[in-house]
Design a protein around this ligand. Structure first.
Ligand code: UT7
Length: 322
């Protein structure tokens, strides 16, 4: 072992200016503020402006995380963007972000694990850093899901929004017990039909629209998340009762509550931001993380659990000592 630990050095996020309330959604499709709030906990979502792309959201969040880390963009040697809504089929959005931030060294690539993308990226980044391939890594979750929604399908269009969140991850020697402790990733490709986008370059040569069997996804989400949280503790001397904060993927308030209940974790330890931006896929974990760090809830020494589940299915969890 080289003694390197991956420490979270900075956090940042960005939401587009335009807010769409539930009342506005009710003017577009047959829904109501009451239904959306009761079934999902969502009050509003942010929607990117015309000409505002996933890379723009990512760059804005990335800049804030770099500033928070107290370093310059030139210190970043790796950029990973987790997204299911890239600007283009290729090149990777991460490469555009790298250029947009003025970074000319190192490497940049995207991760595609839909809503679990940030948690997947967290684990990949940790391994790159501990393996000595990166010292200062910028990991961003960024999405413009508004572009892949069927705005006539009330069962999906009310749920999602646009946004971005970022962290700077730094390799440190002698970090003590600070940093990423453990990660666990899973996927199950047999569940494809429950949540997917019905288009793509190799199939339809179109972008496609999001399709979801929400009730089925809900059931799998609660079980998969509770299982992976138990698994991430295996091989550590910690248990779920040691958690100070859970920062979950923000899909549905009821999933967050049900998962915490299943794990026996107090609801006031769960960071909830879904009410303000809906489901922003890979951006939701770092958006929630940024909120809880900035408002002083997450403090140095706290044990923080990140978890997410999404299309694929993919799911994962990471444990980090702040
Ligand atoms: O981020 C990736 C992972 N995704 C998720 O985690 C999403 C998981 N699923 C969910 O969050 C929930 O299943 C939903 C919020 C999508 C739906 O909530 P639900 O309690 O499972 O509702 P349901 O699908 O069972 O639908 C209940 C009723 C249906 O009407 P009937 O069949 O009972 O007459 C729907 O047609 O609600 C109806 N409905 C709506 N009504 C008003 C569905 N969407 C709407 C709507 N407004 N927007």
């Amino acid at each position: 072992m080289n003694g390197i630990r991956t420490v979270v050095a900075g956090v940042g996020s960005y939401l587009p200016d335009r807010i769409v309330t539930n009342a506005e959604m009710a003017r577009m499709v047959d829904t109501s503020d009451e239904w959306i709030v009761e079934r999902t906990g969502i009050n509003q979502r942010h929607i990117a402006a015309d000409g505002e792309y996933t890379s723009d959201l990512a760059i804005a969040a990335g800049k804030r995380a770099i500033e928070d880390a107290g370093i310059d963009a030139g210190d970043i040697d790796m950029v990973i963007v987790a997204t299911a809504t890239p600007d283009e089929t290729f090149p990777a959005t991460a490469v555009k972000v790298q250029a947009g931030l003025g970074i000319t060294q190192g490497a940049a690539f995207d991760i595609q694990a839909v809503c679990s993308g940030f948690v997947y990226g967290f684990s990949v980044a940790d391994n790159l850093i501990r393996g000595g391939m990166s010292k200062n890594l910028l990991l961003i979750g960024a999405e413009t899901f508004s572009r892949i929604l069927d705005w006539e399908d009330r069962t999906t269009c009310v749920l999602f929004g646009d946004g971005a969140g970022a962290v700077v991850l730094r390799g440190e020697q002698g970090a003590g017990d600070r940093g990423i402790i453990a990660s666990k990733l899973r996927s199950d490709g047999t569940k494809h039909d429950l949540l997917y986008v019905d288009g793509g370059p190799s199939t339809t040569q179109t972008t496609g629209k999001l399709r979801m069997r929400g009730r089925d996804v809900f059931k799998h989400a609660v079980n998969n998340l509770a299982d992976i949280v138990q698994e991430v503790f295996e091989g550590t001397d910690l248990s779920p009762s040691d958690i100070d904060w859970i920062v979950p993927h923000q899909a549905n308030r009821r999933i967050l509550d049900a998962t915490a209940r299943k794990l026996g974790i107090a609801p006031d330890k769960v960071v909830v931001t879904v009410q303000d931006h809906g489901n922003t896929s890979a951006a939701s974990v770092p958006l929630a993380l940024d909120r809880a760090v900035r408002d002083g809830r997450i403090k140095r020494g706290d044990l923080v659990l990140l978890e997410a589940m999404g299309g694929g299915f993919t799911w994962g969890a990471s444990l980090v000592r702040w």
